[in-house]
Write a protein of this length. Sequence first.
Length: 214
Amino acid sequence: MTLLAQDSLSLLIALCLGAAIGLERELSDKAAGLRTNILICVGSCLFSILSREVAAGVPGADITRLAAQIISGIGFLGAGAIMREGEHVTGLTTAATIWVVSAIGVAVGFGHYALGAITAVLTLIVQSIFPHLDTLIDELRQRHTFRIVSNLDDEGLEEIKTIFRVADVKILRRKLMKKGGFYYSEWYASGPRLEQKEVVRKLLDNKHVRELTY
């Protein structure tokens, strides 16, 4: 097999592996879909091929130098997919997928076809099966902010604390302000979904609570 044929095979394999992961992302309606993952995988593969072949013609050249820059560059691309929406951060999985797809392209570019394929399969398993595990974990541990307007009454404030404590909902952060004869408080809490729904019910029934945003 000629060098050109071997390099073309590497690019084709990178295209297929990137397409497999990209298709799953596309079907899941994610920001980085089919074309994005294909281009990342093929581009990383090409850089690796160039790194290997250019270094081969220069005595003492570092074959990993160009490939190392791929890692830095793909980090900036992945960072662009991460966004903060209020108290929640989105895009972390997309950024991690971009990083892994780039690594697959590098592996294929250096001729490690089997390793790249195995990594692609593992990535697909994580993307297709593990979301169900995430859903189960979310049922057991959800985080929400309770914004409460209550009477300017310390006894009432203690009752609100007791509602959270009895429901086994952990308070991670709390803010409290007095204004216009009322307490304005924020309770950033973590706990099972059903327990948090019970907290909402008890707060709405509490005589000291005037307004609740959940």
